[in-house]
Write a protein that binds this ligand. Sequence first.
Ligand code: SF4
Length: 178
Amino acid sequence: MLIENYDLEVFTPPCEPEAERYAARARLKVDISEILPYLNATLRGAVYLPEARALTWKKGGHNIAFHAYEIATSNVEDRDGAEKELQGLIDLVNRTWARRAEITPDTTTRQRPTPMAIFKLLPQTNCRRCGELTCFSFALKLVAAQKKLADCPPLAEPQYAEKLAALEEIVIEAPAIG
Ligand code: SF4
């Protein structure tokens, strides 16, 4: 196990004292920078920054950052959720560390697609079947990992097959942390 002990801090970000959203930070006693290329290889949507020894990731609207001695998550609804989310991230690091012999590390830095690039490939009918008022709102949520391609039913129709294939190439959908 890579991370055995850590100090947990749950707080309201100082820039949003009234926002009633929470952030959590685990201060680590070990340097986890060695595992970052392995996380980069396995977490879809992660952006690895080798010079900063950091990796960022979006999952379910949460902004997550892994640093050498710290893991942080933000934009969580309550304190318990923030703590649970962070524990999930610690478990993820430890699981990845245990499996590292099976993973080819990836040190590249990926670019996330822009909402406009995604919008151009959506049906653009604003049919609302995804629960959003417009296809552009859906594109914004897709970039933030708050929606998945499967949430747009029309994309499964044959006339959108090429667009769906192109979207599957550029959209990176983050898996849930188990
Ligand atoms: S379901 Fe798809 S086509 Fe309909 S509004 Fe949502 S993104 Fe646009």
